[in-house]
Design a binder for this molecule. Structure first.
Ligand SMILES: Cc1cc2nc3c(=O)[nH]c(=O)nc-3n(C[C@H](O)[C@H](O)[C@H](O)COP(=O)(O)O)c2cc1C
Length: 480
């Protein structure tokens, strides 16, 4: 049977090894196809790797849908491609086992119950081994996502590496530009652990041993986007916390890094020291072509993969697949940080239209003047990508941006309630950040009513009155 056709008949076999069904990309695909068939689209007709894959996701989004898309026939390649595994809040919530509205809260609580990993000896990605001249990344169906992209990009590459000055490893997505058979360009612009580990290795004049995992469960995706955790905690321990059980990992061959046992494809290699080459442009989460990059280089030494490996691709740009998890993790991290000092903070929303990153709306029951400013400072200090914080009262629906704007425009006194912080660390990819040093001016807007004195009374219509008029029109046969 050709690998693509055998893909889903293999699920019965996969049941034998519970770690794969529970913690692998395949385990997730199986759950979606059986429990949410309307959210699983299998495309058997031919598609091109140039543009077709990511633009399909945008076409569904334009129609208000966000299914997982499995392309079984990518012209010129053997492997199937799956995309948009993390663009649908309902599916992410189902993977975690909670209601969609409870996802940030569940994320916040579970991420803290760190679970040590379980190391297993064998993993299905050890089936095919390619070394030396056989290493050829151009044989993988790496999509070109946008016309402006400099080359095809691996967007679902989870890179893992260990701290050169310690024991802790990290894992996270970093865009990877196809440059040749064994060469990838990368940008470590988020300046978190991987950036720091590479900097520490480079300071010793050494390359950073690293490995790229392609094909992961969305719970791994979510756990890898945790931002606030102690320095000695491994991301794999956070992913285990989200799974509610130890994450199963196996060990690389050319180095001793840990890789998820359920992975589809593993590329072992290193991020070079003192080597910078042009990387990008690339269609980024900001909705802009990004020409900014740290211009690092990864050299592949060995590829291992399942014999029928599914190539996982994250739809880039502003697709939900790219920004929904960022938004959920920021909501959770900011809520967690704020509640340590301000138990009267009720909710946080990082809207997708602010690219899941650049603005946080905080809802609180203000009991004392100054609390909104305290919340603004804490929120900005928690997540450096956030550059605007708006604080509103409890009567404002933070998931309804019209309601938030109404509060801003009717409750904010510009001279007293707007706070600027100049020269703060911003996101390199934010087009407003300084082109040289990437700082931004951050702004906090206190849109809460004053305490201790009368303020204009908000108009309301009671639930009782609403149901009365609904009845009137129902009885008259008029649809509201
Ligand atoms: C799809 C996707 C692609 C990403 N690409 C990059 C990237 O190219 N460079 C980067 O520095 N961060 C990127 N990020 C953000 C990092 O994955 C994220 O900040 C992660 O927590 C960094 O992990 P680390 O602490 O191991 O560096 C991306 C995130 C997502 C969801």
């Amino acid at each position: 049977m050709p690998p693509l056709l055998s893909l889903f008949s293999n699920f019965a076999d996969l049941h034998k090894e519970s770690f794969m069904t529970d913690q692998s990309l395949r385990g997730f695909l199986k759950m979606v196809e059986s429990d949410f068939p309307a959210d699983f689209v299998r495309v058997s007709g031919p598609v091109r790797r140039e543009l077709d894959i990511t633009s399909s996701v945008f076409e569904f989004e334009r129609n208000g849908k966000s299914p997982v898309l499995l392309f079984e026939n990518v012209e010129g390649f053997d492997n199937s491609v799956v995309t948009n595994t993390a663009g649908n809040r309902r599916l992410l919530a189902a993977a975690v086992g909670v209601d969609p509205d409870d996802l940030p809260l569940a994320y916040r609580e579970r991420c803290q119950n760190y679970q040590p990993v379980e190391v297993v000896g064998d993993a299905p990605w050890q089936d095919v081994v390619l070394e030396g001249d056989d290493v050829d990344l151009t044989k993988l169906p790496i999509p070109l996502h946008f016309q402006v992209d400099a080359a095809p990009y691996i967007t679902a590459g989870q890179i893992t590496a260990r701290d050169p000055d310690g024991e802790t490893d990290t894992v996270g997505f970093h865009r990877l530009m196809l440059k040749g058979k064994n060469r990838l360009g990368l940008s470590l612009h988020s300046r978190r652990r991987m950036y720091e580990f590479h900097r520490r290795a480079e300071a010793k004049g050494e390359a950073l041993p690293a490995a790229i995992t392609i094909g992961i469960h969305p719970i791994h995706y979510m756990g890898s986007m945790a931002y606030h955790y102690p320095p000695n905690v491994r991301k794999y321990e956070i992913i285990g916390a989200l799974f509610g059980e130890p994450y199963k990992v196996a060990t690389c061959q050319t180095n001793d890094l840990s890789i998820p046992a359920g992975a589809e494809i593993v590329i072992e290699g290193e991020i070079l020291a003192d080597t910078n080459e042009p990387e990008g442009p690339f269609g980024e989460f900001t909705g802009y072509a990004s020409y900014r990059s740290t211009e690092n280089v990864f050299v592949a030494k060995r590829i291992q993969m399942r014999s029928d490996a599914i190539f996982h691709s994250v739809a880039s740009g502003t697709a939900g697949d790219h920004i929904l998890v960022s938004s959920i993790s920021r909501e959770a991290e900011i809520l967690n940080a704020l509640r340590r000092n301000l138990p009267n903070v009720s909710a946080v929303h990082v809207p997708l239209c602010t690219v899941g990153a650049l603005m946080a709306i905080v809802q609180m029951k203000k009991t004392a003047e100054g609390q909104p400013k305290q919340a603004i400072m804490a929120a900005l200090g928690t997540e450096f990508y956030v550059k605007t914080v708006v604080v509103v009262d409890e009567d404002v629906d933070i998931f309804n941006l019209s309601d938030v704007m109404w509060a801003v425009i009717t409750r904010t006194r510009a001279d007293q309630d707007v706070t600027y912080i100049h020269g703060a660390m911003g996101a390199i990819l934010d087009p407003t950040s300084d082109p040289e040093n990437h700082t931004v001016t951050k702004v906090g807007i206190d849109a809460t009513k004053p305490t201790g004195r009368d303020f204009a009374e908000r108009l309301t219509i009671s639930d009782e009155q609403r149901s009365r008029v609904q009845d009137i029109f129902r009885q008259a046969g008029i649809e509201l």
